[in-house]
Write a protein that binds this ligand. Structure first.
Ligand SMILES: O=C(O)c1cccc(C(=O)CC[C@H]2O[C@@H](n3cnc4c(=O)[nH]cnc43)[C@H](O)[C@@H]2O)c1
Length: 233
């Protein structure tokens, strides 16, 4: 498959409409997310929903294995995630317009240096803008609170206000945070398959407060979003 030389994403038709003859691979970190997605997909045979494991490394390995075993027209990284305050509240959905490995780089006395700045590749993978818009609009039309923006992948869940601010400065407009998206996206990019990431917000990105997690609320939002994906993908 051809890659767009500017974005390094698979070159598409520009409509954001995946080839409906091809299967869709959905990768979730854990079983509770997988089951929510499966409930939303209502038995559709066009989607395979597989476990990625937690964190970008396992997610990349498992996605690469799945992509080597069958032909897919789209890969979706889906799960619960943290929402940046003021951009995505608990219970809402975030559709990635880019997937950013936010802690991949080097710490220097002058501050964080990304992989791009170090000249070792890129820590950002773009999502086809028309796909992001198409999915965001469909979710909105279904009455779900939804935002489009950068979704960060981190290996360490943010647990302080200072770290949240640091990430917000590093990635302007950062909207959500998860732990698998960049791994799933790297495998998809490597196989020339388009990528999408959707996070249902279970907690705010900031000071650690386990009592404030709303995991069931986020899983319900993920299930409802998956029903919309059935129609739009
Ligand atoms: O122990 C904590 O303070 C803590 C806070 C939030 C999430 C966790 C997890 O271990 C969940 C990891 C799992 O869920 C996704 N997730 C959910 N919320 C976030 C978040 O705020 N930042 C990053 N990842 C999050 C993640 O994709 C994993 O699959 C622990």
């Amino acid at each position: 498959m051809k890659l767009d030389p500017n974005t390094e994403t698979p070159a598409g038709s520009g409509s954001g409409e995946p080839d409906k003859h091809l299967r869709v691979l959905v990768m979730t970190a854990v079983a509770a997310e997988r089951d929510a997605v499966l409930r939303g997909l209502r038995g559709s045979g066009r989607f395979d929903v597989l476990l990625a494991g937690v964190g970008p490394a396992m997610a990349a390995a498992r996605t690469a294995r799945a992509l080597a075993s069958a032909e897919y027209g789209l890969v979706v990284s889906a799960g619960i995630g943290g929402g940046f305050i003021g951009r995505a509240e608990v219970g809402s959905l975030v559709v990635a317009n880019e997937i950013v490995a936010a802690d991949l780089g080097a710490q220097t006395p002058e501050g964080f240096c990304s992989l791009d700045e170090l000249g070792f590749g890129s820590s950002r993978i773009q999502v086809d803008p028309s796909l992001t818009i198409r999915v965001t609009e469909a979710l909105q039309a279904a009455g779900q609170p939804v935002y489009a923006g950068p979704v960060l992948t981190v290996s360490t869940v943010t647990g302080t206000a200072a770290r949240a601010l640091e990430l917000d400065v590093r990635v302007p407009g950062a909207t959500a945070e998860g732990m698998e998206g960049f791994g799933v996206a790297a495998a998809a990019l490597d196989s020339g398959v388009p990528i999408l990431e959707i996070r249902a917000i279970s907690n705010a990105v900031g000071p650690r407060d386990r009592t404030a997690w709303r995991i069931q609320e986020a899983l319900d939002a993920l299930e409802a979003a998956s029903t919309v994906l059935l129609e739009v993908l």
